[in-house]
Design a protein around this ligand. Sequence first.
Ligand code: NAD
Length: 480
Amino acid sequence: MPSRSGQVFENRNPADREDLIGYFQESSVADAEAAIAAARRAYLQWRLVPAPKRAEILFKAAALIVERKEQFAHDMTREMGKVLEETRGDVQEAIDMTFFMAGEGRRQYGQTVPSELRDKFAMSLRQPLGVCSMITPWNFPMAIPSWKIMPALVCGNTVVFKPATLTPLSAFNFIKVLEDAGLPKGVVNLVTGGPDVGTLMSTHDEVKVVSFTGSTQVGRLVSQNAAPWFKKCHLEMGGKNIIMIMDDARLDLAVEGCLWGGFGTTGQRCTAASRIAVHEKVYDRFVEQFTRRAGALRVGNGLDRETQMGPVVSESQLNTVMKYVEIGKQEGATLLTGGHRLESGSCAKGFFHEPTVFGDVDPGMRIAQEEIFGPVVSVMRCRSLEEAIDIGNGVAYGLSASIYTADINNAFTAMRDVYTGIFYVNAPTIGAEVHLPFGGTKATGNGHREAGTAALDVFSEWKSIYVDFSGKLQRAQIDT
Ligand code: NAD
């Protein structure tokens, strides 16, 4: 449906600015209001559809995404740049989440417990909340919407969905699947607008849940906007994740993990390993191998089979990366490899940057504290596990962390003492699976979790029900 304003915006390939993907509706506040009204109307019916029947639509949707996976991955690489292997993974995550949440249609367990009174029955069950606003970023343009939309739907809510303006095609592909799977009109409503639309979605009276994934800066605004209306507000925000490498670690494995964690998705994952703390006994050996391998990564268009790292998503993201490279140099860190924009040959038409590694980084430097969200990794020296854990915890964020070690005591100590929502042993900071809770502590999140059955807690509330079949007044805590 066209925007009421009649305005559109361009969507171009970050690997090749001459490649125009299409024009998309620049949704206005009036469009968002209409979407919320449609979601409200649809809620009155959708909440009454039995959950296993809602789930049947999700099962169909999952099967359709399987059929369309290759096309969706191709579209996604074109619009946001990450390599085809990774966009296939993004679509696969949406498939996994859709199947997983479809299964929840026959679960959503409550509790039945004995009442303290005779002839009285006591139980609790989940109930939906109503219209849910979903505001998402561009780096996982199909996976992240699926983490939010599928649990919301299976619980009986309806949805207004605003994707990042950089990735409207993947959002459209996803929503089209739901329509083709038979989701009734108005149950999910797509608005492709910017911050003004997001603001309305965080404040509107009819919206009961705001589920946001994006930067901490915008998450704070969303939280402030939603608070006066007592909306349930679920925030997943920035990260500054660490890999800790102990002196007993398998270095070859750690190098592989750091390359994938640091430069996968061009470092543009909320869980990206942008910090590495290495025990001083193995620091030089690690840095030599890691720097050589990072410098040899093949950068290019994500649709090219040979490419290992794609472009950054936009000009402004590229400028941020270049700004932080300058900050790192000024702070006195050692630039070990990279540090430049790539502008020649196959990189001439896009936003490409070299994989960049800084060594001798002090944990207090800005490059080790602030989220860069690009292919820049800071390597720090540590003398012990305790020091590595202190460095790990010494940032504002708390999403993901990992340790490479052969010592089970080190592994369990770190698992216990690193304060993040996700932790890995002998694997990098990325690689979450849909059936476990996903989210972070401190400035990364506000205590909720996506994925797993934890997601149901965001999109439902508990109702406790007491049925008295005694035929007389029984007073709890008074009558015995
Ligand atoms: P962003 O915060 O700029 O935008 C996120 C979304 O918010 C977009 O849809 C945007 O249009 C919208 N928005 C902008 N202003 C708004 C406002 N005033 N009110 C409501 N909505 C508004 O983030 P981004 O650049 O799209 O994504 C990168 C960020 O996302 C990084 O910080 C990254 O760490 C984070 N992220 C976090 C997770 C996680 O699960 N913790 C996952 C992926 C990305």
